[in-house]
Design a protein around this ligand. Structure first.
Ligand SMILES: Nc1ncnc2c1ncn2[C@@H]1O[C@H](COP(=O)(O)OP(=O)(O)O)[C@@H](O)[C@H]1O
Ligand SMILES: [Mg+2]
Length: 247
């Protein structure tokens, strides 16, 4: 039986009088990969930021294992550690080496001792083929390498869910595959992932569910076969046209 990790109910977000998210409902089960596609400005980043409460929702509920994350007695620090985020622009600590980028958060947030944190970081960097770069600073790395370090850092926190906000959008085309491969490997470990992306092949091949967002609502959702093979709504078809014609 599947276990629901995140259950989002009637989520809304308003900036001033601009309603950016309108009545968002979704559930994510353990081990699922959910991808979110849609035009720029449709509210995808706001939704991700809402999910880990970087941006508090205006209305609606987010349940994590059935618990209301906005309740007063909910442990938000623990929640943030369990729901990690990977950003388009990496957000690495540029003054720290690769290994320290991964060691320091484990020590400060999870209170791991240095040796444990370091071993964990090395294991993950090895798996990603990033071990030659442990003593490099982010400025010495390519965009694809930086993003793999950012993913390693998120993974090292032993999250239950990882949120990815267009992790390959800032990369040169030849680096996109390395990052998508690292994400595919992560998905295969059974990690629950929510991925905002314009990489339609990844969405089609790796996801369990696809959501198409349009103008602050989930216009259509379904399996990759349904969304890419047999979209129902005119706006979904219209959005996908430019991608499918390129394939
Ligand atoms: N902090 C903010 N203040 C005001 N408006 C915002 C803020 N963040 C996002 N928006 C607006 O919300 C809409 C959706 O933005 P966003 O979630 O970034 O879309 P997407 O990630 O799909 O491109 C846009 O119109 C954007 O200008
Ligand atoms: Mg965005």
């Amino acid at each position: 039986m599947s276990e629901t990790i995140l259950d989002v109910q009637n989520l809304r977000k308003t900036f001033g009088n601009h309603e950016v998210l309108r009545d968002i409902n979704l559930t994510v089960d353990k081990g699922e990969v959910l991808t979110i596609i849609g035009r720029s400005g449709s509210g995808k980043s706001t939704l991700l930021r809402g999910l880990n409460l970087l941006e508090p929702p205006t209305a609606g509920k987010i349940l994590f294992h059935g618990k209301d994350v906005q309740a007063e007695d909910f442990n938000l620090a623990t929640y943030r550690a369990k729901v990690g985020m990977v950003f388009q622009n990496f957000n690495l600590f540029n003054n720290l080496t690769v290994i320290d980028n991964i060691v320091v958060p484990q020590m400060s947030v999870l209170k791991r001792d240095q040796n444990t944190a370091k071993q964990h970081a090395l294991d993950i960097l090895n798996q990603m083929g990033m071990d030659p770069f442990i003593n490099a600073k982010p400025a010495q790395l390519s965009g694809g390498q930086k993003q793999r370090v950012a993913i390693a850092r998120a993974e090292a926190m032993d999250p239950e869910v990882l949120l990815f906000d267009e992790p390959t959008s800032a990369l040169d085309p030849e680096m996109v595959d390395d990052v998508l491969n690292a994400m595919t490997d992560l998905a295969k470990t059974g990690l629950t992932m929510i991925v905002v992306t314009h990489e339609m092949e990844f969405a089609r091949d790796v996801s369990d569910q696809v959501l198409f967002m349009n103008d602050g609502v989930i216009a259509e959702s379904g399996t990759p076969d349904q969304i890419f093979g047999n979209p129902q709504k005119a706006e979904t078809k219209d959005f996908l046209k430019r991608y499918l014609s390129r394939a």
